[in-house]
Design a protein around this ligand. Structure first.
Ligand SMILES: [Zn+2]
Length: 219
C-alpha cells in the first residue's frame, strides 16, 4: 500500500496537470517575448517553393547556361534563393526603410530594404520585382506590408531573395559573387547568409499556429 502511495506521488510530480503543463514549460516563449519586434522577419511570399537556384548554387539559368564566370572559368555563386511564383504581391520581410531601387534590363527591378535589428543592420534584397506606387527610396515599410509585385519574366518569372548582414554598399546588390575574388568582386558569400536559415531563425512568435508548435520550434 505504501508503494502505491509513493508511486502515485512520484507520478503526480512527474506528470503535471495538462492544464498547467504549458505554463510550467514556457521559458522559451518568455525569452522570445523579450525579443524586440524589429528582430522579427517573415518570408516575403505566402508560399516558399524553391526555384532552380538556392544559396550558393552555381549561377546558371534553369537550363544550365552559366550566367557569369571568372576568367579562370570559376562559375559565380548565387547569393540568395530563387522562389517559384507567379506575378503576385511581395511583402517586406521585416520593418525597415527602402534603401535602394535599381532597374536592370534583364533582371527587372531590384529593391533593398534596410532593417535595424538588435544585432545590427540587415539588408533584404528582392530581385525581379516592381515597386508599387508610393514606394521609393526612403519609404518606411512594416513587416508583411506589400511594397512590390513580382515582375513578369515569362517562363523565367520567379522571386530572388537574399539577406545581407551589414549596411548599404554596392555589393549588397549582387545576386551572385565569385567563389574566389575576381574582377573586383569579393568572394562568396561575403556578407550574405542563407536566407532560409535566417528567416527561420527570426520568425515571429505570432506566425506560429499552436502553442505546441511554438515550443517545438523554439527548441
Ligand atoms: Zn536568383
Amino acid at each position: 500500500m505504501r508503494w502505491f502511495v509513493l508511486i502515485a506521488t512520484v507520478a503526480a510530480f512527474l506528470v503535471p496537470d495538462p492544464s498547467t503543463a504549458p505554463a510550467a514549460a514556457t521559458p522559451a516563449p518568455a525569452a522570445r517575448a523579450a525579443v524586440p519586434a524589429s528582430d522579427y522577419f517573415n518570408y516575403p511570399l505566402p508560399t516558399w517553393d524553391p526555384h532552380c537556384l538556392g544559396f550558393g548554387s552555381e549561377w546558371r539559368l534553369c537550363n544550365g547556361t552559366v550566367l557569369r564566370a571568372c576568367a579562370s572559368g570559376a562559375v559565380w555563386l548565387h547569393t540568395g534563393v530563387d522562389i517559384k511564383t507567379g506575378i503576385q504581391p511581395v511583402m517586406a520581410a521585416a520593418d525597415g526603410v527602402i534603401a535602394g531601387y535599381i532597374v536592370d534590363p534583364v533582371f527587372r527591378g531590384g529593391v533593398l530594404i534596410r532593417h535595424s535589428t538588435s544585432q545590427g543592420i540587415v539588408l533584404t534584397q528582392y530581385w525581379h520585382v516592381w515597386p508599387r506606387p508610393g514606394f521609393k527610396v526612403g519609404t518606411p515599410v512594416k513587416r508583411g506590408e506589400v511594397f512590390a509585385d513580382v515582375a513578369d519574366m515569362g517562363a523565367q518569372t520567379h522571386l530572388h531573395f537574399a539577406v545581407f548582414i551589414g549596411d548599404y554598399e554596392s555589393h549588397a546588390w549582387n545576386g551572385a559573387l565569385p567563389p574566389t575574388e575576381c574582377s573586383g568582386f569579393p568572394a562568396f558569400p561575403y556578407r550574405f547568409v542563407d536566407p532560409n536559415a535566417f528567416i527561420q531563425a527570426h520568425l515571429p512568435f505570432v506566425a506560429i499556429h499552436s502553442r505546441r508548435g511554438t515550443l517545438a520550434l523554439d527548441t
